[in-house]
Design a protein. Structure first.
Length: 390
């Protein structure tokens, strides 16, 4: 009876541009909330299906091409209309749009939470690679749409202080919940079983890889080290949309491209690495304010980082003294910093240790999850108040 009583509020975590097994949406927030509430995750997948996993209901709809993305939005819209949820927690702007429409056109209106972990106006404008004037106009338009839709939200989750301030005008409950890794996720992983054929020092770069994320800079840094006859293995653990655009990856045996790794497999790769890379480019506002998930994963793994000297990244790396900052896009500086860390064992151990200590003290999901649960206690009170007849 007690377990049933705890799980009265029904929450839908929805990401129209996210896969249902997204780290932030499923592995962190859904699993944390499922300890107290009934939780369903809705988003993109390889096919349409519904499964139960770890106490969470997961419904995926087949991801479409860009031109047919609206079909996925319509399927999510119908799901939200028929779901009878108490709370809809949106992880991207198009999910927020669908949730607002569904709630306005439905007799049962769930509370809406907006998870602002990106600066979506600049991210969306940059996606189309338009001339600067048109890009700024599109960014302004998306900004206006986002602010309008945000007015329908009961609460906000922001990934950093900058995004929190962006939504402070609404005077609604807001929690800053950083995109950090779990200590237990890393500590429980085995070290053996991966990259056993690699004897050279491993430098790792993971995530959604591309030019704006610094992939070209990483490739050039590797080639510079090769010219100096410095043996390394660069392991790329993420998605590269067009490998053919980067012929060096195929021509150089010092690169290993794994593609996306399962959530529980990545820690084993981190345990084999000596240096972690965060080569983000200042392509737009979103990237300039970003503190990538990979940065905190490296810190949990005691890996020193070589990172782009951007404001949000600098705020962590400089304060915690957990790596070396270099100019974004400067492959020579990246190569020199990598070489220094590989040659200076004491420096590498010291910076990596500083990162781990900071992760244990501050930057871990065990701590951030408590903020999420505290926010939802407040949302639960709102929900009960709305259900109480006046």
């Amino acid at each position: 009876m007690q377990a049933e009583k705890k799980k009265t509020m029904r929450i839908c975590l929805v990401g129209a541009s996210h896969f249902v097994d997204d780290d932030r949406m499923y592995y962190r927030q859904a699993l944390a909330l499922s300890t107290t509430y009934r939780v369903e995750v809705v988003g993109a997948g390889q096919c349409r299906r519904t499964v139960e996993k770890d106490g969470v209901r997961i419904t995926s709809y087949r991801k479409r091409s860009k031109a047919r993305h609206v079909e996925l939005l319509l399927e999510i819209y119908q799901h939200l209309r028929s779901g009878r949820f108490d709370v809809v927690h949106c992880f991207d702007l198009d999910a927020l749009l669908v949730a607002v429409f569904a709630s306005r056109l439905h007799s049962i209106r769930p509370l809406i939470v907006y998870d602002a972990h990106e600066h979506f106006p600049s991210l969306i404008a940059g996606y189309f690679e338009l001339p600067r004037l048109f890009s700024l106009a599109l960014e302004s338009l998306v900004d206006a749409v986002e602010r309008f839709l945000a007015s329908f939200c009961c609460a906000f989750v922001a990934v950093n202080d900058w995004l929190e301030n962006r939504f402070s005008v609404y005077n609604r409950p807001t929690a800053v919940i950083r995109n950090v890794a779990s200590l237990s996720w890393y500590d429980a992983a085995a070290k053996t079983g991966v990259l056993e054929d690699v004897s050279d020092p491993i430098v790792i770069f993971g995530g959604n890889l591309g030019q704006k994320k610094g992939l070209e800079t990483v490739i050039q840094a590797k080639l510079i080290l090769d010219k100096k006859r410095i043996k390394t293995c660069f392991v790329l653990t993420g998605n590269i949309k067009a490998v053919s655009d980067y012929p060096s990856l195929a021509d150089n045996s010092g690169f290993k491209v794994t593609g996306w790794l399962d959530h529980d497999v990545l820690p084993s790769f981190l345990k084999r690495a000596k240096v972690g890379l965060v080569p983000l480019q200042p392509a737009n506002v979103n990237y300039s304010i970003a503190q990538p998930n990979k940065l905190f994963a490296y810190m949990v793994a005691s890996l020193p980082v070589v990172a782009s000297n951007l404001p949000a990244i600098r705020a962590v790396v400089s304060q915690e003294n957990c790596g070396i900052l270099v100019d974004p896009g400067d492959a020579q500086q990246f190569a020199r910093a990598i070489l220094r860390l590989l040659r200076e064992d004491n420096l590498r151990t010291s910076l990596g240790g500083n990162g781990r200590k900071a992760a244990e003290r501050e930057y871990n999901w065990e701590k951030e999850s408590q903020k999420l649960l505290a926010l939802y206690k407040e949302i639960e009170r709102m929900s009960l108040k709305e259900q109480t007849p006046s």
